[in-house]
Design a binder for this molecule. Structure first.
Ligand SMILES: [Zn+2]
Length: 371
């Protein structure tokens, strides 16, 4: 706000003010040569204590200080309104411009300017939120039956969370539950269907989950494969034999000169003997990446890697490689690739794809079933 012309400024008693702030003899306030707004063009006096605050805030205010009715005390106009102590934390709280902002800015509880109805509604909402948190904790601990889900929906209404906030809470509970469920790398078919049912029940989408924790869905897939739930491709590009089920088809690159390459320590995948290590594929072994940039390994072919109930087949643009489980000795697993060691092949084909561990878990499970 611009300082007004000195001769236009009159204080409340009608005497002329000088254009520099000066101490008021009566009430220890300093007069600030400001007009309250262009509309009223009334002089405004501000207590000395608030002067710095006023000067700073005038620059940031989206609107001019309003022409507030003058306070009874000394007839000075207050820019901010009266204050009262908060009944919860005792700190002074200014009267809000909007009655909806009744919570204390210091402690977040209903402040001194809250009405009885507002306090009651706030208390009700607080209780509903506490109950909602409790129910969500049950969900994340895995003891959420149908009744808990019903209660959640009822309480959700009263808790009146903003949609974003609600989604964040629900997503947190789901991720916590799934992390718990996959921690031993096995998810039973019952757990698997429960986890799946929770997603829409909590108002989540696979995209939300993917964005929040991109690795959890792969980990879940591996754990359910270990638990005996093998995915199925509904219309596979592989010509399946009679009784053959195609479990997975992923885009893959066939890498060449793999046998010439010596993998250095940090990039080493781990070898995974098929048929000797039990049913479960343990997540976390594959630390390395299949291809270090700047090495001699190059892409030889692009295509699709199909994992079926009997074999793994690479359908490339140039060639097709069939890898039956009966001849599979072990797999070398990388974060982004998998290498098949077969007793009937001298070279071990290496494929680069989205997640080597998922393929290894699936091949392991399928090979166990077919054996
Ligand atoms: Zn307070």
């Amino acid at each position: 706000m611009r300082p007004a012309e000195p001769e236009q400024l009159l204080d409340q008693t009608g005497s002329h003010m000088r254009h520099r702030p000066k101490e008021h003899p009566r009430a220890a306030v300093a007069c600030l040569p400001l007009r309250c707004c262009d509309h009223m063009r009334q002089p405004v006096s501000v207590s000395r204590k608030n002067m710095k605050l006023v000067r700073e805030s005038l620059d940031q205010m989206p609107y001019r200080p309003r022409c507030l009715p003058s306070e009874s005390r000394g007839g000075y106009v207050s820019l901010f309104g009266p204050k009262a102590p908060c009944p919860h934390c005792g700190r002074n709280v200014r009267k809000p411009r909007d009655a909806k902002d009744f919570t204390c800015p210091h402690c977040g509880q209903p402040g001194p300017w809250a009405s009885g109805d507002q306090i009651e509604a706030w208390e009700k909402e607080r209780q509903a939120r506490a109950r909602y948190d409790q129910l969500l904790a049950q969900v994340s601990n895995g003891d959420a039956g149908a009744s808990v889900m019903g209660d959640l929906r009822n309480v959700q209404h009263e808790a009146a969370y903003a949609p974003d906030e609600l989604k964040k809470l629900n997503l947190g509970a789901w991720l916590k539950y799934v992390s718990l469920a996959v921690s031993d790398d096995i998810v039973t078919p019952e757990e698997d269907s429960h986890i799946g049912a929770l997603v829409p029940a909590l108002g989540l989408t696979p995209e939300d989950i993917q964005a929040a924790n991109p690795e959890i869905l792969d980990h879940l897939l591996i754990a359910s494969i270990n638990g005996g739930v093998l995915p199925e491709v509904s219309s596979p590009s592989l010509m399946a034999k009679k009784g053959e089920i195609v479990h997975l088809e992923w885009p893959a690159d066939l890498m060449k000169e793999v046998t010439l390459r010596e993998f250095r320590g940090g990039y080493q995948g781990f070898s995974f003997p098929i048929g000797k290590s039990g049913i479960r594929y343990r997540v976390g072994g594959a630390r390395g990446h299949s291809v270090v940039t700047g090495t001699e390994i190059q892409v030889a072919d692009n295509g699709v890697l199909c994992v079926s109930s009997q074999r793994t087949v690479f359908l490339g643009a140039r060639k097709t490689i069939e890898l039956p489980y009966a001849k599979l000795v072990n797999l070398t697993v990388y974060k982004d690739g998998v290498q098949f060691h077969q007793s009937n092949r001298q070279t071990a084909p290496l494929f680069r794809l989205r997640n080597g561990e998922v393929v290894a878990a699936l091949v392991n499970a399928a090979a166990h079933r077919s054996a």
